[in-house]
Write a protein that binds this ligand. Structure first.
Ligand SMILES: Cc1cc2nc3c(=O)[nH]c(=O)nc-3n(C[C@H](O)[C@H](O)[C@H](O)COP(=O)(O)OP(=O)(O)OC[C@H]3O[C@@H](n4cnc5c(N)ncnc54)[C@H](O)[C@@H]3O)c2cc1C
Length: 464
């Protein structure tokens, strides 16, 4: 083995190790009903080699495996390595909200990437609601799928004015996703949503679901079709070059596995094993909770899904579950100014301390008629999001690393972006096609120029 082929430990590289998933992560509501594959290992020993190695078993990894196998009479040999339990990363810790952005960030994307690319991105997200619904129905996935409308409610009068002005501009231009967005001025917004002090609201089609159940179902389909799933098997490094037979050498504490192709579905932890993504995909800690009304108490029903925008720095986003409980995440007003609680943090075994008390009384503070509901937090947890330096995911072939692919960095917004991105990656793997033939929006493509871009738009956005 030549020196350059030797797996390089992150500790030897001179830079600090990680980020890697930590043990003892907080317990999200979604992981209170575990699938039989949760700690699965298809074989006692790690296979020695495979055609396709997927690292990470969240939605990105599971959906990529699904698309590689779907209608494929001769699939490649595939292994999925997962550092912790199956689906124990962000996907199992999110808000369960499949909420495309049809208007809100569109003006920013028009400025950054031009009208056509912004339209492609918004349509791509919009198409996810139907794509997820189709998948759930096709594979009979029991994941509490709900098709509904979101109400984005704005509390800040200045932000309400600015957003309405931008919305009107998109309407006048006939922006393709704007036809599904409906504007409600203050009185209608307050009447329809029950949000106190709503200045206005925007409503559009979204979905909600139990993300862990969706993903573990996809993993079980993959395992049934011969994929070797190895949980509790962290990858610690990948060789810098391929060996003489075209294999990448992937090191884990359980041994080395050789792979012709690798897909990094490692989200906020990507830089731990793919150094090119250091400072490009940054781990960001987020927080989410489940709130329930105690038996014997009542509160007005909230039949839609909601985001309550306090200002341009943050929103609380929430879904109503079929069991009546509420999943609500966000809480940024409580901690966004304290970067050491969330920025470049990969530890989801700890809470975001200033945010914990924020969720207590949130429903009472926000919604009319909930004041005496007794609604209380019954679960609260953290998770690690993968934010990117330019706020767009990284997808496609890793430059100068033939056979390596990435599907990561979804900026806290993966549910309306991952399913079809992973389908595109699977097409590249199956057909050897170019990124441009995948239908994934152009700005998602990982390029050498993006990897050299020193911008950090996360900090610009936060401005603390
Ligand atoms: C609190 C919170 C709330 C959110 N709410 C929403 C929401 O409502 N709607 C929405 O669209 N998005 C939301 N998100 C973001 C969304 O969850 C993510 O975009 C999405 O789940 C990312 O999926 P993924 O498969 O790429 O990553 P993950 O689900 O994080 O999966 C990555 C997997 O890779 C594994 N891994 C990493 N490194 C290694 C390694 N070295 N070796 C082996 N395995 C490794 C991890 O253990 C993990 O299981 C939220 C995220 C959080 C944390």
């Amino acid at each position: 083995m030549s020196r350059s082929n030797q797996p390089k430990s992150p500790d030897e590289s001179g830079s600090p190790p990680g980020p890697f998933p930590v043990p003892d992560a907080t317990l999200p509501f979604w992981r209170t009903d575990l699938h039989q594959l949760d700690t699965h290992r298809s074989t006692a020993e790690l296979p020695q080699k495979c055609d396709v190695l997927i690292i990470g078993s969240g939605l990105s990894g599971a959906a990529t495996a699904y698309h590689i196998l779907d209608n494929n009479p001769s699939p490649p040999s595939m292994v999925i390595l997962e550092a912790r339990q199956a689906c124990s990363g962000a996907t199992a810790r999110n808000g369960g909200h499949v909420k495309p952005d049809l208007y809100y960030r569109v003006p920013q994307y028009v400025r950054l990437y031009g009208k056509q690319a912004a339209a492609d991105m918004a349509l791509f997200e919009m198409n996810h609601v139907q794509a997820v619904k189709d998948l759930v129905e096709k594979e009979s996935i029991d994941c509490d799928f709900v098709l509904t409308r979101a109400f984005d409610v704005i509390l800040d009068p200045e932000l309400a004015k600015k957003t309405k002005k931008e919305f009107d501009q998109l309407v006048s231009e006939g922006f393709p996703t704007i036809k599904d967005v409906w504007y409600a001025p203050a009185a209608a917004a307050q009447a329809l949503t029950g949000v106190k002090d709503a200045q206005c609201a925007f409503s559009f089609t979204v979905a909600s679901l139990w993300p862990y159940k969706l993903v573990t179902h996809l993993l079980s389909l993959a395992v049934k079709r011969g994929v070797n799933l190895q949980t509790h098997t962290p990858v610690t490094s990948v060789s810098e070059t391929q060996d003489a037979h075209g294999y990448w050498l992937v090191t884990t504490p359980r041994g080395v596995i050789k792979a012709k192709k690798i897909i990094f579905a490692t989200n906020g932890y990507t830089a731990g094993i793919v150094p090119q993504f250091r400072e490009k995909i940054i781990p960001v800690r987020g927080i989410c909770s489940r709130i329930a009304v105690p038996t014997g108490k009542e509160a007005p029903s909230l039949p839609f899904s909601y985001s309550v925008r306090h200002n341009d720095k943050g929103a609380d986003y929430q879904i109503t579950r079929p069991d009546g409980s509420i999943i609500v995440g966000g809480g940024r007003p409580a901690y966004w100014h304290k970067g050491n609680e969330w920025y470049n943090i990969h530890d989801d075994s700890q809470m975001i301390r200033p945010a914990v008390s924020y969720f207590n009384g949130l429903m009472q503070r926000t919604y009319r008629g909930w004041e005496d509901s007794g609604a209380a937090v019954d679960k609260i947890w953290t998770g690690i999001l993968g934010y990117t330096n330019d706020l767009v995911p990284y997808a496609g072939a890793v430059p100068a690393k033939g056979g390596q692919f990435i599907c990561a960095g979804f900026n806290g917004h993966g549910m309306p972006a991952i399913l079809l991105t992973s389908k595109g990656i699977a097409k590249m793997i199956r057909e050897g096609c170019a990124f441009e033939e995948t239908g994934v929006p152009r700005p998602f493509k990982v390029t050498a120029a993006r990897l050299q871009n020193p911008t950090n738009a996360i900090m610009d956005m936060v401005n603390y």
